[in-house]
Write a protein that binds this ligand. Structure first.
Ligand SMILES: N[C@@H](CCC(=O)N[C@@H](CS)C(=O)NCC(=O)O)C(=O)O
Length: 199
């Protein structure tokens, strides 16, 4: 595969970078200040957000979709459950759960803290966002008290996608008391290629 990744540091782009590194696929990186919302990226992806991957000349966006596609096409390494298998259903399940039941709450807080211009922000929902993230995180914590990884109990791209969301919660101070998630992140951080922010 010929891949160019439009990326931005430890943001959601890090999911794609990590997947490519684990897959052993070399790629070109495009990263510079003010890349998001630039005309160049708007031409590739609605809203001009990052990441975007140009794969063999075609643009693919949404970090989870990019990671899943790359994992499906990674030569010589088994990074994702087989399409059509029950385990693949679990990949879709946990990916959807992380993006809709966890990450969306953190994104709402981010949007109303620094993403939108001040006059467009609403500052009423922060506590509720933290509570709702915590509720979902607690459910995921219960699962990860009984297994090391999410699908087939082995490291897969599912952990790259979901782990990023868990790590965002950690950075927001939302993992207190959730020892299953803390240990899960330690397992991910131990992997030498993990590019997630560890501060
Ligand atoms: N659901 C999208 C989210 C993409 C996203 O929000 N990217 C951020 C960086 S992490 C961005 O480009 N922000 C610029 C903006 O909001 O205009 C994905 O996972 O790819």
């Amino acid at each position: 595969m010929d891949i160019t990744l439009y990326e931005s540091g430890a943001s959601r782009s890090a999911r794609c970078r990590w997947t490519l590194l684990e897959a052993g696929i070399s790629f070109e990186s495009v990263a510079r200040p003010n890349l998001a919302r630039s005309d160049e990226v708007k031409a590739l992806r609605p809203l001009g957000k990052l990441p975007v991957a140009i794969i063999d000349g075609r643009a693919l966006f949404e970090s989870a979709a990019i990671c899943t596609y790359i994992a499906d096409h990674a030569p010589g390494i088994d990074l994702i459950a087989k399409p059509g298998s029950w385990a693949r259903g679990q990949h879709d399940q946990w990916t959807s759960f992380a993006l809709t039941e966890m990450e969306a709450w953190l994104w709402n807080t981010a949007v109303n803290t620094f993403v939108l211009p001040e006059e467009q922000r609403v500052d009423a929902g922060f506590e509720q966002n933290a509570m709702m993230y915590g509720r979902s995180a607690s459910g995921l914590n219960d699962v990860l008290l009984g297994q090391d990884f999410l699908v087939e109990n082995r490291f897969t791209v599912t952990d790259i996608i979901v782990g990023w969301t868990v790590n965002w919660g950690r950075r927001q101070g939302l993992l207190d008391g959730l020892s299953g998630l803390q240990a899960y992140l330690e397992r991910l951080f131990e992997r030498p290629l993990c590019p997630f922010a560890k501060d």
